[in-house]
Design a protein around this ligand. Structure first.
Ligand SMILES: Nc1nc2c(ncn2[C@@H]2O[C@H](COP(=O)(O)OP(=O)(O)OP(=O)(O)O)[C@@H](O)[C@H]2O)c(=O)[nH]1
Ligand SMILES: [Zn+2]
Length: 204
């Protein structure tokens, strides 16, 4: 991943106009994936935390747009908007649908999960990586925005590790809530067991 530069910042009122956010596009990503930065000023005034709160959010059409209960993405995105709008910082909305395998392949993986395979096994059965995401692009987005030090809103230790390898200092890991329901319970348990996601379940 080469260097990125900010292309355009446009203010967009979101949440029915209750929240103002800058949507930011970038030059220099040869993949053409149209990753988006979203900046929230925060309401903290002078008391505001100096280090911005940042969420790297991988695209999930089914969860983010349609509120699918098979994952926790839609609720995590809502939570991220609430918290970052309070505290000030960025959501980097990364076009890495299905952990990088794409939407059609994710649906194939869901069909395999319906036959009893877990979320990582299903990808492998499709001869696709368990997790194909490279968060280096997020590090380059942050650098182009002049951000070198962040607090990271995530339960996924791999995101922090990859950012640090690409020169971003992560001063704190801020966990998201655990958005568990009857449909995503085993998906979330698998992430905790297989990829060390820091998820604490109330029922254990
Ligand atoms: N291949 C595959 N992808 C999935 C499945 N369920 C959800 N996803 C994708 O997983 C990604 C989840 O992204 P995030 O919420 O940013 O990341 P995370 O790794 O869960 O880490 P957190 O920061 O703790 O939320 C999205 O791209 C979803 O489309 C699945 O069963 N199979
Ligand atoms: Zn999802």
């Amino acid at each position: 991943m080469g260097q990125l530069t900010v292309k355009r910042r446009v203010v967009i009122p979101v949440r029915a106009g209750d929240v103002m956010a800058d949507f930011i596009s970038f030059n220099g990503d040869e993949s053409g994936k149209e990753h988006i930065g979203i900046f929230f000023e925060g309401k903290g005034g002078t008391k505001q935390h100096e280090v911005p709160l940042v969420r790297l959010h991988s695209e999930c059409l089914t969860g983010d747009v349609f509120g699918s209960g098979r994952c926790d993405c839609g609720e995590q995105l809502d939570e991220a908007i609430d918290r970052i709008n309070e505290e000030g910082g960025y959501i980097l909305y990364l076009r890495q649908e299905g952990r990088g395998i794409g939407l059609y392949a994710k649906l194939e993986a869901y069909a395999l999960q319906d036959q009893g395979y877990d979320t990582y096994q299903a990808n492998e059965m499709l001869h696709l990586p368990e997790d194909g995401r490279d968060f280096g692009v997020a590090a380059e987005m942050l650098k182009s925005l002049g951000v070198s030090k962040i607090r990271l809103l995530t339960n996924n230790p791999d995101k922090a590790q990859q950012l640090q390898e690409h020169g971003i200092e992560v001063t704190a890991l801020v966990p998201t809530k655990v958005h568990v329901n009857q449909h995503n319970r085993s998906y979330l348990h698998t992430k905790a067991a297989r990829k060390q996601h820091t998820l604490v379940f109330d029922d254990e």
